[in-house]
Design a protein around this ligand. Structure first.
Ligand code: SF4
Length: 381
């Protein structure tokens, strides 16, 4: 592995992408960008990153930000627990380190939401600390270079790769070395389709290339099947306003807002009964199609209805809020899982809602493996 250092660095310094979070060695920028980049493509992250940094330029701003606005800034990126952990960590950094992320790998790792990879990225890129930063891109490059057939989903394999890379990471340019491996994995030793071995700076050292086994590696043992949940989504409008409700404080998409929905696939008749039982007066109902949204462990199989009602304020459904669409866009963080149905009423989510009016709302939704996957935005089928 020592042999790869020079050619890898030379290639990176000549040919790497210009990314907004890499323009200066700002640990806060590197931290936010690395958290956003987990499970999300670079191009999708760029506008979110710029908007986040513009709205919250310092760790202190994040620590003091109302949670609902924080979720609004993250709306559409999914895995909302990430941004809640960012805030928990920001509060600790404020209290323990005077608003500066500590220049120490172990102290970084002790902060909420920061694991080995993120700590290594911040430590090496911002502070020139020779710590490895091993993500999926790096694991792919490593296993192909060494024709390593271990399952990269195993923590023990990741730990071994971190240890091995830790031995060769150059002390005078650890940040460039880590970024070069990530960049090679993203641009040359790509995850989907054929790697571009002919133009890879490491092809002379690569065992998978010489044996022609690039496409067989890395080994990833398949996970279990996702659970499928059927849902009926209701777009309830009275002309000006739309009904939204707040999700519970624990579990999937905790604390986010959503369109009212019922378990299972319901008929028009069942939906109308549910509404009249709740004190609403439906005057028209129409099907608005089916959609699917894939989370990491669950898949929502959705059927939707648009319902016009006479007078929303008469509803006895305690959990429902009736808001104007622009107000919902500005103040209420609604996950991308509902995009097929919010689009139906021209409600914009995430980046789209901020591009309508490029300003911060005056006012402004935590834990575990809640995980909405932006790669699988729902769409009407
Ligand atoms: S030679 Fe091909 S398989 Fe090997 S590291 Fe380079 S791109 Fe990946």
């Amino acid at each position: 592995m020592e042999e790869i250092v020079k050619p890898l660095l030379a290639w990176y310094r000549k040919d790497h992408r210009v990314l907004p979070w890499r323009q200066q060695k700002n640990p806060y920028y590197i931290w936010i960008s690395e958290i956003m980049l987990q499970q999300t493509r670079v191009e999708a992250v760029k506008p979110y990153f710029e908007r986040f940094i513009q709205a919250l330029p310092t760790v202190k701003d994040v620590a003091e930000c109302p949670e609902e606005y924080l979720l609004k800034l993250w709306e559409g990126l999914g895995y909302y627990n990430r941004v809640r952990n960012i805030q928990k960590a920001a509060i600790q950094v404020q209290e323990q380190y005077e608003g500066q992320l500590p220049p120490d790998y172990e102290k970084l790792k002790a902060l909420p939401g920061i694991g080995n990879y993120t700590a290594g990225a911040i430590a090496s890129i911002a502070y020139d600390i020779p710590a490895p930063a091993v993500d999926g891109n790096v694991l792919r490059v490593y296993t192909r270079l060494l024709e390593d057939e271990e399952d990269i989903l195993k923590q023990s394999v990741k730990t071994r790769v971190e240890r091995e890379l830790g031995k060769v990471i150059p002390k005078d340019s650890p940040g460039d070395f880590n970024q070069a491996l990530m960049e090679l994995g993203a641009m040359v030793c790509v995850p989907n389709g054929q790697p571009k071995c002919e133009c890879c700076p490491l092809n002379q050292f690569c065992r998978a290339y010489s044996s022609g086994r690039q496409m067989e590696l890395p080994i990833k043992k398949k996970k279990g099947k996702r659970r499928i949940e059927k849902k009926t989504i209701l777009v309830i409008q009275d002309g000006e306003r739309v009904a939204v409700s707040k999700r519970g404080s624990t579990g999937l998409l905790a604390g986010m807002y959503e369109l009212p929905n019922l378990e299972g696939h319901r008929s028009e008749k069942e939906v109308l009964k549910w509404m009249t039982d709740g004190g609403m007066m439906p005057v028209r109902i129409q099907s608005v199609g089916e959609a699917r949204h894939i989370f990491s462990h669950v898949e929502w199989d959705m059927r939707g209805y648009a319902i016009k009602v006479a007078a929303l304020e008469e509803s006895e459904q305690e959990n429902l809020l009736f808001v104007e669409i622009e107000e919902a866009e500005k103040k209420y963080a609604i996950p991308a899982a509902f995009r097929a149905y919010t689009s139906y009423m021209n409600m914009r989510l995430g980046q789209e809602s901020f591009s309508r009016e490029n300003k911060i709302p005056e006012e402004n939704g935590t834990g575990g493996n809640e995980s909405e996957n932006i790669k699988y935005n729902s769409s009407l089928l």
